[in-house]
Design a protein around this ligand. Structure first.
Ligand code: PEP
Ligand code: MN
Length: 354
């Protein structure tokens, strides 16, 4: 992907985390300006507010629409903040461009729809504003990457992502399931994409904002998008998950930002020593796996000679039960042992067939 570094966007001042904050929805001029004033007072410079809201049920507040864009203009002129909102189609993009919105994001429901993403990408052609892409509602990494590719092909180089968790039918404490491994995979594939977490929509409740934000920082993500409302109890959408600006300040101050890397010599020699130990153990594991496979091959040949079937389920079940019991004594989890030994068994069956 052809990307412009986030440091050249002129939006965020270091250090980490880069924070985007503001209400779920822009509800009135007073609410927008009062929230922005509270955020600006402690150094938040990028303001979010939903202007068009994708709601599950009809009849819920669906956003103030185009008039709200004038309130965002006031946030820019009064406080010098950058403003961002969600777009879900070409018309939204044109309205945003007309009113000078600085950055847009593609919401989770829209990322899941390639027709709409393409329409947004086409509408953004020849513009220069940054676009953040939330993960699709369903845990499909390719769909997320596909949306990024569509925008990038249309010439959007100021691109970033927002991880807001995935819909799930399982009963979990959070509103959306983080499935962090999908975020980590995306991060590994595109390390240069600025990466935000959205603890508000992931947690769905004020109670989880701190732990999710800390987790995101511990995983090395660069930014947070958090909902903040001057009076959350009166919010017309997502009331349970919003913080007042002073509460957000306190929460952000409680976060521990760990360095992604460091030049500190003491740390370096400590981590190098531990990594060397891991390397030695990994070599031992490889050697053990190779000799186990050698024996498997011999067993395969021996079974063939005596006309015996390769897979003998009862023998495998008893090995696995024994390994689980032994492993648990050593502090290894049952799931981990099952995963490792099933992989070993599959390979063993494969070489016995050769
Ligand atoms: C939002 O940011 O207010 C929003 C609707 O988010 P999502 O697309 O993650 O549901
Ligand atoms: Mn919301």
């Amino acid at each position: 992907m052809n990307l412009t570094s986030v440091h050249e966007w002129g939006f965020f001042t270091l250090p980490r985390p880069m924070v985007i904050a503001g209400p779920c929805s822009a509800e009135s001029e007073e609410q927008v300006l009062e929230t922005a004033r509270g955020l600006n007072a402690f150094g938040i410079h990028v303001f979010r507010a939903g202007v068009w809201k994708p709601r599950t049920h009809p009849g819920s507040f669906e956003g103030a629409g185009t008039p709200a864009l004038k309130w965002l203009q006031k946030v820019k002129s009064e406080f010098g903040m950058k403003v961002a909102t969600e777009v879900a189609g070409a018309r939204h993009v044109y309205e945003c461009l007309k009113y000078g919105v600085d950055m847009v994001w593609v919401g989770a429901r829209t990322t899941a729809n390639p027709f709409l993403v393409q329409e947004i990408a086409d509408a953004l052609e020849d513009t220069d504003i940054p676009v953040l892409v939330k993960n699709p509602v369903n845990p499909d990494l390719d769909l997320w990457i596909g949306a990024l590719e569509r925008l990038n092909r249309a010439g959007v180089t100021k691109l970033g992502v927002i991880h807001r968790g995935f819909s799930t039918s399982q009963k979990i404490a959070y509103r959306n399931d983080p499935i962090w491994k999908i975020a980590i995979e995306l991060r590994t594939r595109f390390p240069e994409l600025p990466f935000f977490a959205d603890p508000s929509h992931m947690g769905g409740s004020r109670a989880y904002l701190q732990e999710i934000s800390q987790r995101a920082l511990d995983l090395g993500l660069e930014g947070l998008m958090i909902e903040s409302h001057c009076d959350p109890s009166c919010a017309l959408s997502d009331a349970k998950q919003q913080l007042t600006p002073p509460e957000l300040k306190t929460m952000l101050e409680s976060l521990i930002v760990r360095d992604n890397d460091t030049d500190d010599d003491a740390y370096r020699s400590g981590i190098d020593a531990l990594r060397s130990r891991i390397d030695v153990i990994d070599e031992g594991l490889l050697a053990a796996l190779a000799s186990r496979l050698e024996v498997s091959k011999k067993i395969g040949a021996y079974k063939k000679e005596h006309n015996i079937a390769i897979i003998q389920a009862s023998r495998w079940d008893s090995i696995l039960e024994k390994m689980i019991a032994e492993g648990e004594k050593l502090g290894l989890s049952r799931d981990f042992i099952i995963t490792v030994f099933n992989a070993i068994h599959d390979e063993s069956v494969r070489v016995q067939k050769l």
